[in-house]
Write a protein that binds this ligand. Sequence first.
Ligand code: FES
Length: 685
Amino acid sequence: MTDTTHTPTEDALVIFTPSGKRGRFALGTPVLTAARQLGVDLDSVCGGRGICSKCQITPGYGEFSKHGVTVEADALTDWNAVEERYKTKRGMIDGRRLGCQAKVMGDVVIDVPPESQVHKQVIRKSASQRDIVMDPATRALYVEVAEPDMHEPTGDFERLVTALQQQWGVGEVAAELPILRRLQPALRKGNWSVTVALHKGNHDARHRILDIWPGFHEGKLYGLAIDLGSTTIAAHLCDLHDGSVLASSGVMNPQIRFGEDLMSRVSYAMMNPGGDVEMTAAVRTALNGLVQAIATEAKIVPTSIYEITFVCNPVMHHLLLGIDPVELGQAPFALATSGSLVLDAADLDIKAVNPAARVYILPCIAGHVGADCAAVALSEEPNKSKEMVLIVDVGTNAELLLGNESRVLACSSPTGPAFEGAQISSGQRAAPGAIERVEIDPETKEARFRVIGSDLWSSDPGFVAATSNSGITGICGSGIIEAVAEMRMAGLVDQGGLIGSADQTGTTRCIAEGRTHSYVLHDGTANGGPLITVTQGDIRAIQLAKAALYAGAKLLMDEMQIETVEKVVLAGAFGAHISPKHAMVLGMIPDVALDKVISAGNAAGTGARIALCNVAARDYIEATVHQIHKVETAIEPRFQEHFVNASAIPNAVDTFPELSKIVTLPQVSFNTSGSGGAGGRRRRG
Ligand code: FES
């Protein structure tokens, strides 16, 4: 590259878009070389040998008044045989050139398409604050290695390392014995060229060769981002080169049979010698099954998975690692380690992936606030928010983050599994046939609903036919929230959570069940289907769950010394389906304008994906968690006070001015005994 201020005839001006980087280069300079010298983000796996096709660029011709240049038709060398061979064999978009083959012969404007950028952006589909920039810890590199020489005796590995250093500028390189065993045949079969899968995590001093192939390896490298939850284990299979998600899949966490929520699993470990070992084995077996299933779905071999990132709550974290979680069940809730962890997949008995695969586990924040919460912080970045934002990751245990660019607080709250349809009489997992949306007419008290698998309401013509396969089988988490909120809005449930009788409400849908009442949402018994009701017990379960969630949010607001928040983000797979209006009628979340309630989808899973695709994000979240202040709900006396107040629907003391702009809740009371109707106090676990 030469100075841009003079224009000797043997130089040409090269301008790259979209970066705008420009410089003058001697005629005959390959475009890839010019890009590298200017620091332009142009990909290459083969090091400019015309093999990998990652360096594709689009030259622009004609007048570029914005850049002050005119590009002639002969600004680059002619299309060559390497490009022709590639295009014939693999195809290439017309107008594209290989940056390592095309040489600069005149002033030229070169566009680098997104797929040719190393640090390409992966566009997030959800309500995304930012895209993921690719900078993975593992990448494929092609190298040509010097042949052995009797007069200068060196090992094949040492010459491979020298080649990697000279051709790719990497530092120290290590290889485990299984790779050394395959090195010599690979080098000779590849005629002294190989492709290696090279890994360097954020804590690693050295690069590590995870795999080796003779010649140029066409196959791709994959990684898994896993959100290991108490109820479900969700995984995204990602291409480590471009960050694309090939498949997303989930399984139930088999530890459920040892206890539905976290504390019951800790209790199981305490009460049963070897219980922790059983739970560790169960989750690891499930993970191997999930790896196989997701690889099959994506039609890849599971051994092409080289990295896994995990996010999980502290109890899942310890059980995954094979650490007895007993200390997490009692104050001061000490973690064995709160730092991030870098391991071999084999250390966790995850055998379905590549034998050399590496694992990164995000750091935990504190004893009850885990790597899942750290992942939400990585994905949603409350520490960069101008607005005071409350982020709620709704699951069996709710994780909450409150803050803005000045300060961020976190806590977890034991909501229990009611929001996921468990502990609800007609509750079920979100699956076809489950009621997910509910509307109750405040005049007639009649209900209509929608089930997963059909867009029709139950009152629409064609609904019966549309649901004939799935049937109407139960109520899922979002359905029960809507049902209870609609019952409250229709005057079927009072502030204390009591369901009125048929006489009190004026509808025969309210039926007596012992000394309490239930509301009939759907009666399928005439056709052999279920009677789906919302019982008094269901309302109590929802009251307990939502009161725990709200009390957690209030504790954080107390600590922050604020009365209101400016924005609420609902995260968690289930958070994507919660209707903000219904959540607020229930008093699950603090009062805020409805357009300030945003769904972030599975933010913890997204955080795992970011850490998988961008190694610098690992340093970032490790530093960020130290700045997040943890509030412990279990030992905070005000938690109980907030909890009792929040048991009312929406709340016994807090007003909801934004909610009352759009909803007027009927002033009904069905408490004829004189005793209070609010839900009981909830014990942790
Ligand atoms: S750099 Fe590999 S084909 Fe150009």
